[in-house]
Design a protein around this ligand. Structure first.
Ligand SMILES: *[C@@H]1O[C@H](CO)[C@@H](O)[C@H](O)[C@H]1NC(C)=O
Ligand SMILES: *[C@@H]1O[C@H](CO)[C@@H](O)[C@H](O)[C@H]1NC(C)=O
Ligand SMILES: *[C@@H]1O[C@H](CO)[C@@H](O)[C@H](O)[C@H]1NC(C)=O
Ligand SMILES: *[C@@H]1O[C@H](CO)[C@@H](O)[C@H](O)[C@H]1NC(C)=O
Ligand SMILES: *[C@@H]1O[C@H](CO)[C@@H](O)[C@H](O)[C@H]1NC(C)=O
Ligand SMILES: *[C@@H]1O[C@H](CO)[C@@H](O)[C@H](O)[C@H]1NC(C)=O
Ligand SMILES: [Zn+2]
Length: 396
């Protein structure tokens, strides 16, 4: 995250709207820590959101909600009769679709109680028998979630501030996620603490005429009718839940390659079509500079940089960085060196997190300053290495 930008937006939001009291910090307090009895290894997540888009038909009652399916493969570290997962603003209307399966015994374990406990941002699943140490289990849940409106939390609809938008931008919309710190639990039940790293396979249902992006490349696309396509993404590296991300919109892109052949793409709604070239150059140069300096090539086939209409700051999701568009897109005809330096330093900051934060992660939110500190340092270091001539204009 680019914290100053985020705070600035929060402050603006606070002044412009008297009903907002959320802040990054207040979300972290008093959150129950998970027990440590279970360790997740692999998740499959399928999200089918419902919203207005060209060519799609859906039950209007489902507008701005989504269907979710999650399967978690986990190992039992300490014997327990309850499974506690983080979940928030999710409902579980089909109890018979929730399954706990023992892979060790090859049979289902009966659920005797399924409790939604929003005060702890958890669900608690009581089982008929105790799970044994080293037992391997599968947790399969079906649920419904909500799509926020410029909430910048969970899955939300990002739309321009109408007061500032140009005519070109006015109708832009991107559906996108923001999970740091505790937003993942609003989209899929999970062990939503940074220490519970796992591999994720994400599947997104999206309007046929639009694009869906996630942390990795897609590998299959299937037509499922009513104007929808199901897009399967290849497995992620081992990452924290807060770094999982996806975005859906009528998006266009420009593409380049780093020295290590990592595909680098800048994505925007159509109104940004002439404003993506500078970002692409900065993204490639920063990636190359940090790779060379650290002598560590990221285990990624691609890194996407997605500009969305409404977003305070930027977020370093592994392989899919999301930015408020005024922090990524750059118009060389009207903007100056100062704006270019700002965009490039934010791009370098989010890329730095790919090494410091994404690959190496703090165990708990209290230590977030460690990866922010590294990213703040490397945003300048990387810029100085990537742009030796512009170095004298840089701060820090
Ligand atoms: C869905 O909700 C949006 C507001 O978020 C509204 O503009 C639109 O008309 C609704 N669509 C349907 C099909 O109800
Ligand atoms: C919430 O967490 C606290 C602290 O772990 C625990 O004592 C309490 O029973 C939990 N409440 C529910 C409803 O799970
Ligand atoms: C579980 O696995 C660990 C590591 O392989 C082993 O030390 C431990 O004895 C096992 N526990 C049981 C109950 O099998
Ligand atoms: C969670 O649900 C509440 C109540 O419906 C809503 O006000 C809030 O915006 C939701 N949070 C998110 C992140 O969607
Ligand atoms: C899937 O990936 C390919 C290659 O990157 C891309 O051309 C295509 O647009 C993607 N499809 C969707 C639905 O995002
Ligand atoms: C860079 O990493 C490679 C492979 O890990 C290693 O062989 C090489 O010695 C490293 N170079 C430097 C300068 O540390
Ligand atoms: Zn940051």
């Amino acid at each position: 995250m680019e914290p100053y930008q985020f705070l600035a937006v929060l402050i603006i939001t606070l002044f412009s709207c008297c009903c907002c009291n959320a802040s990054l910090d207040s979300r972290n307090n008093n959150i129950r820590r998970l027990s440590g009895n279970l360790k997740p290894d692999f998740y499959t997540i399928r999200i089918h959101p419902f919203f207005d888009a060209p060519g799609v038909t859906f039950d209007p009652e489902r507008n701005q909600t989504f269907d979710g399916d999650v399967t978690i493969f986990a190992n039992v570290l300490h014997p327990t009769t309850t499974i506690i997962l983080n979940a928030m603003n999710l409902t579980f209307p089909c109890a018979n679709k929730n399954v706990i399966f023992s892979n060790t015994e090859m049979k289902a374990i009966k659920i005797i109680n399924f409790l939604i406990t929003p005060e702890n941002q958890t669900i608690t699943i009581d089982l008929e028998r105790q799970l044994q140490q080293n037992e391997s289990i599968t947790i399969k849940l079906k649920y419904i979630g909500q799509i926020g409106d410029n909430t910048q939390f969970g899955l939300f609809k990002s739309t321009p501030d109408k007061e500032w938008a140009t005519e070109d931008e006015y109708d832009d919309v991107v559906y996108v996620t923001q999970f740091e710190t505790t937003g993942a639990r609003y989209v899929f039940p999970s062990f939503d603490e940074p220490d519970y790293k796992a591999t994720f396979q994400v599947t997104i249902v999206k309007p046929k005429q639009w694009v869906a992006l996630s942390n990795t490349f897609n590998f299959t696309i299937t037509d499922i009718g009513n104007g929808y396509e199901e897009v399967f993404f290849i497995n992620t590296e081992i990452i924290s839940t807060y770094l999982v991300a996806f975005g859906i919109g009528d998006l266009i892109s420009v593409t380049g390659y780093t020295a290590d052949y990592i595909v680098t793409r800048i994505w925007s709604t159509r109104s940004g079509k002439d404003l993506m070239a500078a970002a692409l150059e900065s993204a490639i140069k920063c990636t190359d500079a940090i790779t060379k300096y650290t002598n560590f090539t990221l285990p990624l086939l691609k890194i996407d940089h997605l500009a969305v209409p409404w977003f305070g700051g930027a977020m370093e999701n592994f392989g899919l960085i999301v930015y408020g568009r005024n922090l990524l897109l750059f118009n060389p005809k009207v903007e100056k060196l100062r704006q270019w330096l700002q965009r490039t330093s934010i791009i370098c900051h989010e890329l730095s997190h790919h090494w410091f934060g994404d690959m190496v992660t703090n165990k708990w939110w209290g230590d977030i300053f460690i990866h922010e500190g590294f990213a703040d340092f490397f945003q300048n270091k990387a810029m100085a290495l990537a742009y030796p001539k512009e170095k004298e204009y840089m701060v820090g």
